[in-house]
Write a protein that binds this ligand. Structure first.
Ligand SMILES: Cc1cc2nc3c(=O)[nH]c(=O)nc-3n(C[C@H](O)[C@H](O)[C@H](O)COP(=O)(O)O)c2cc1C
Length: 169
């Protein structure tokens, strides 16, 4: 299975460790994994111009780093959303990417998804609710939601949990 991890963190720290643990487990199980550093990308918000749904035929009129994500988003069998919690939500970079894939509506191939969230003290409700609603909307199956709070971040116990989960896919 081809798996794309969209990492919304601008840092190479806690969320990156979760994404890397997932990659290790999934690759051990024979999957092909690509981690996309969405948090370090420049992705504008949607302009609601509807070019994509008219003349653009699925292509966004804005030329920015969304173009780096689209190939993996279109070709992957599974999409893993990974993000730190910033003010009770995923990062603005990941949110922008999600809102911009409006240009294609539903991912072409993906049938599975997972969510990895890191935070200082919790507050996952909004991010989990959004993820569940989004996966239902696009018709892809949630395979698992993993959180790392405070000291759980980068802990071997948490990373092993994520690694083992990814091996079961
Ligand atoms: C702008 C900003 C907002 C944050 N908001 C929250 C929050 O609402 N709740 C929380 O528990 N942690 C919050 N944090 C802490 C991060 O979620 C936490 O440090 C996380 O582990 C960072 O992940 P990273 O190492 O991948 O960047 C915030 C951090 C930043 C920079």
């Amino acid at each position: 299975m081809k798996i794309a991890i969209l990492n919304g963190s601008p840092r190479t720290e806690n969320t990156a460790a979760m994404a890397e643990a997932f990659r290790q487990g999934a690759e051990a199980a024979g999957h092909e994994v690509e981690i996309l550093q969405v948090g370090k990308m420049k992705i504008n918000g949607c302009l609601a111009c509807e070019y994509c749904h008219t003349k653009g035929e699925g292509k966004c009129i804005q030329k920015d780093d969304l173009e780096k994500i689209m190939p993996a988003y279109l070709e992957s069998d599974m999409i893993v959303f990974a993000s730190p919690i910033y003010y009770f939500a995923p990062t603005a970079q990941l949110e922008a990417a999600l809102q911009r894939v409006y240009c294609i509506g539903k991912p072409a191939k993906a049938t599975k998804a997972a969510l990895l969230l890191s935070s200082g003290s919790g507050a996952y409700d909004a991010a989990i609710s959004q993820y569940k609603t989004f996966t239902q909307y696009v018709g892809i199956q949630d395979m698992g939601i993993y959180t790392a709070t405070g000291d759980e971040n980068k802990s071997e116990a948490k990373l092993a949990e994520i690694r083992e989960f990814a091996k079961t896919l």
